[in-house]
Design a protein around this ligand. Structure first.
Ligand code: CMC
Length: 389
């Protein structure tokens, strides 16, 4: 087998070949199936992009319509799932609840999908897209103690997200097209990012031929961490803290640079982008637009801009090619749209879902072997067994 190459964090190891997402970290390029992220964010909608990622081509108008209808058919979640939600304390973090509920879906949908059967796979895709959206919003309803909502078949996917979250028996949800469009764009920007931590996890779990829900539940757990999707919540908490402490961004920069302090500037740096994150560019512009159109004057946005400008001028950040990433400005938009901070990472998960599905499907279609890295053992050599006195 030869010598084992050590590459912690897989900084230089490719784990697969893929036709889904192209990413050039030096030039700041991101494309889904060959289409630029800028074009898709501008001209497509989230379900269109989901279809593109999962099935490889943009849907025709008829295919897209059918996709929406077929997803709708799967938005009813088994009533017994509510018993599981009821078992959680209201203070539970929505990402923990989401991972558990996604895993619980395996119990109610035990039949594993045959990836070589196109019809079965399509059905599984629609089912996952439908049920995941509903349970994602239920995590919020649970935390608020609100009754759970049902999907409205007369409305689109993203509008349904807002309704499922916020509609109350006493307060019908009135959609604001600016909010729906902004969310749609955010979901598109998060939809795939090649072999990031959560996607690699989904592929790895799926490589043992575990089912789609089980693999996605593992992806949700991977996404939760503050170095990955959890960064969007951490960014906003950091900005709020800076604001509460009088807006002293320099003190936070100094903390981030201090090697004896574990603190990192949240929303800065990326494993692959060493020039700029093209998603951050689009999101920054969108944050400005959304806040202006909604008439929101948020001091947090000013702090974010001040912090970004200072970091971009700073030698430490320059030397390490640390730029704002997708999570730096997304939370500011979510906040303006009324999304609670502990739901930010759930928003990321809803956006990333089509990417996880596409990558899982590709991995199985390519008949990839089980993921099983090697190691270099650095522990004790053989010892005589003797119980300690
Ligand atoms: N603040 C301060 N220093 C940093 C930061 C930061 N945000 N990011 C990296 N560094 C330093 C790090 O200390 C190291 O310094 P040195 O060479 O002196 O030891 C150098 O930059 C390289 O960092 P690394 O940890 O080796 O890089 P990585 O590729 O392993 O990590 C990262 C990438 C995104 C995990 C990291 O930049 C980070 O922790 N950022 C903050 C969390 C964050 O915003 N995550 C979101 C990532 S983007 C989308 C997503 O996945 O959700």
């Amino acid at each position: 087998t030869g010598a084992i190459t050590l590459d912690p964090g897989y900084k230089n190891s490719g784990s697969c070949t893929s036709k889904i997402t192209f990413l050039d970290g030096e030039l700041g390029i991101l494309r889904y199936r060959g289409y630029s992220i800028e074009d898709l964010a501008e001209k497509a909608d989230f379900l269109e992009v989901s279809f593109l990622l999962i099935f490889g081509e943009l849907p025709t108008a008829a295919q897209l319509k059918q996709f929406e209808v077929d997803i709708r058919k799967h938005t009813l979640v088994n009533e017994e799932m509510k018993n599981i939600i009821d078992g959680f304390p209201r203070t539970a973090h929505p990402m923990g609840v989401l991972a558990a509920l996604t895993s619980a879906l395996t119990a109610f949908n035990p039949k594993s999908v045959n990836v070589d059967n196109e019809k079965e796979m399509y059905h599984a895709v629609c089912k996952t897209m439908g049920k995941f959206l509903v349970i994602a919003t239920w995590t919020y309803r649970k935390s608020m103690g609100y009754p759970l909502n049902y999907y409205d078949n007369t409305k689109g996917y993203v509008e349904n997200f807002m309704r499922l979250m916020f509609e109350l028996p006493t307060e019908p949800y009135k959609p604001n097209p600016i909010v729906i469009d902004a969310l749609d764009k955010l979901f598109i920007l998060h939809a795939d990012h090649e072999q990031n931590c959560s996607t690699s996890t989904v592929r790895m779990v799926g490589s043992s031929h575990a089912g789609l829900f089980a693999s996605i539940s593992a992806g949700v757990s991977a996404l939760w961490g503050p170095l990955h999707g959890g960064a969007n919540q951490a960014v906003l908490e950091m900005l709020e803290e800076i604001h509460a402490n009088g807006g002293d961004t320099d003190a936070y920069l100094a903390k981030a640079k201090d090697k004896n302090d574990p603190f990192r500037l949240m929303g800065f740096g990326h494993r692959v982008y060493k020039n700029f994150d093209p998603r951050a560019k689009i999101i920054k512009k969108a944050a400005n637009e959304v806040l202006a159109t909604l008439g929101v004057d948020d001091p947090i946005l000013e702090i974010a801009k001040k912090l970004e400008a200072a970091a971009l001028e700073d030698e430490y950040f320059k030397a390490r090619n640390l730029y704002p990433n997708v999570d730096f400005y997304s939370g500011i938009i979510y906040r303006a749209l009324g999304i609670p901070t502990d739901m930010f990472t759930v928003m990321f998960a809803i956006g990333r879902l089509p990417g996880w599905i596409a990558q899982w499907k590709e991995m199985r279609e390519n008949k990839e072997p089980i993921g099983r890295p090697r190691q270099i053992y650095t522990g004790e050599s053989l010892r005589d067994f003797k119980k300690p006195e």
